[in-house]
Design a protein around this ligand. Structure first.
Ligand SMILES: *Cc1c(COP(=O)(O)O)cnc(C)c1O
Length: 452
């Protein structure tokens, strides 16, 4: 499809939709705050770009020095409906004045039930479903494992190369990459097995189904399919490098799980909620996961996560076995209901596809000009370029870091990703106006020129 509108009718939270730098990046006030951060906040908590934000909306972040930066990250795929989206703000304001917390497990409230109803309705498949709400993506993935083990009475969990599922102890075990996520934090949970993924750019011509065959043979021969409770896969891998598996991989893995009584879990924490131009990226291959984990884009920036899935699996857990003090907090639920309503009323999937239609031709033109762009991939507003030494598959993480630095200095908040740190990823809010998106790409082009 082609983008037809200038996208100036999308919510902005009153923020001027322009890139405007009035100081160096970071400016003096941000630098002063960064000094305080260093002496107050654990050094283990890193910062990508130390500009301290005071307001945000549309496609712009405003910092304490009044710089206006283009936001190409959405706080890692969270503010999909735009920062401080009016529907989210209205829901939160109303809820926070009525009550802030009861603990759903003590005295419940309707908002939690309504979010679960929305998730059951919007996730793939028209079978009977149930949901449970949590605080973070990692917590949702942990609970998916608990549920799959309780249902199957098996213990092994299968994940794939380059996978990312969080930073708690169990999810560190599920996550592939050592530095920075796992290094020095072991020992890790047992009964976690990693099998090959499909990474078309690096699989030397092997197709999706061939990679799935390698993976499922490994499961059969080395783990034993009858021992496996769950296979957990991201339909498009986020932290692993925005890896889109070859056609047929994801569905073959799902089919293998079904044939072997294994719970197939789609981790859609990054790819879900209209990010890829579908409500959930699993839909692209028509896969109906048994369980689906969501978080990030679900609630317009409020902390909320969920596991949604087949009623018989979700209900197999003993009463009281799932929960947590804050899980499904009423303010977060109100935010989610606002975000979901906005996505439905504004055809958010079309907005994501419009971003793809605007960005991909520009990225392709850049790839013609700059041979360090080895691959362009992704769907909707989840796009990336992989940088290599020209003519090879050797990752060029230094170039990715240099381009990132250039973009930051020029007022575009970009993010890198990937096992090799050489992938430049784009996750703009769906409220990004066309002119700003074009401008961000022009800055990226200039970054390449500066490093050619
Ligand atoms: C971010 C992410 C998580 C972890 O979510 P948190 O909210 O950071 O705990 C898990 N899986 C995927 C695919 C993610 O992108």
């Amino acid at each position: 499809m082609t983008a037809t509108t200038d996208r100036t009718d999308l919510p902005t939270n009153g923020v001027a939709q322009e890139r405007r730098l009035v100081t160096d990046i970071p400016g003096p006030r941000s630098q002063a705050l960064q000094m305080r951060k260093t002496s107050a906040v654990s050094g283990g908590v890193g910062v990508t770009l130390p500009v301290y934000v005071v307001k945000a909306g549309g496609g712009v972040l405003v910092d304490v020095d009044d710089n206006h930066l283009i936001d190409m990250g959405s706080g890692i795929a969270v503010t999909t409906v735009g920062n401080a989206n009016p529907e989210v703000v209205a829901g939160v304001q109303k809820q926070v004045e009525e009550f802030t917390h009861t603990c759903f497990m003590v005295t419940p409230y309707a908002g939690y039930v309504e979010v679960c109803e929305a998730l059951n309705r919007l996730t793939p498949g028209d079978h009977e479903k149930r949901s449970a709400l949590f605080n973070s993506g990692a917590e949702a993935v942990e609970n998916a494992v608990k549920i799959a083990r309780a249902y199957t009475k098996r213990t092994a969990v299968v994940v794939v190369e380059h996978g990312y599922h969080g930073r708690t102890n169990l999810t560190m075990a599920l996550t592939a990459k050592s530095m920075p996520y796992k290094h020095s934090f072991g020992p890790f949970a047992p009964e976690v097995y990693r099998v090959p993924t499909s990474y078309p750019f690096r699989d030397r011509g092997l197709k999706g189904p061939e990679m799935a065959k390698i993976a499922t043979t490994r499961i059969e021969k080395e783990i034993g399919a009858e021992n496996v409770a769950a296979i957990i896969i991201e339909p498009i891998q986020g932290e692993g490098g925005f890896i889109v598996p070859g056609d047929g991989y994801f569905s073959a893995m799902a089919d293998f799980a079904t044939a072997n009584g294994i719970v197939f879990v789609a981790d859609e924490i990054q790819s879900g909620f209209c990010r890829t131009g579908d409500w959930f990226a699993s839909e692209y291959e028509g896969v109906v996961p048994d369980l689906i984990t969501t978080a990030k884009g679900i609630a317009g920036g409020m902390p909320l996560a969920a596991v949604t899935g087949r009623a018989e699996i979700m209900d197999s857990v003993h009463a009281g076995g799932l929960g947590g003090t804050y899980g499904g907090n009423p303010v977060a639920c109100a935010a989610a209901l606002g975000a979901i309503r906005w996505m439905e009323d504004n055809d958010a999937n079309a907005l994501a596809k419009e971003i793809e239609a605007l960005m991909v031709p520009r990225l392709k033109a850049m790839a013609e000009q700059f041979p360090s762009i080895g691959d362009i991939r992704g769907r909707g507003a989840m796009l990336a370029i992989e940088l290599v030494k020209p003519g090879t598959l050797d990752p060029d993480a230094e170039l990715a870091a240099a381009l990132n630095k250039y973009c930051h200095a020029h007022g575009v908040v970009t993010l890198t990703t990937g096992t090799y740190g050489n992938v430049f990823r784009f996750l703009p809010p769906l409220t990004m106006p066309k002119a700003l998106l074009e401008e961000a790409l022009t800055v990226l082009e200039q970054a390449f020129e500066a490093h050619a």
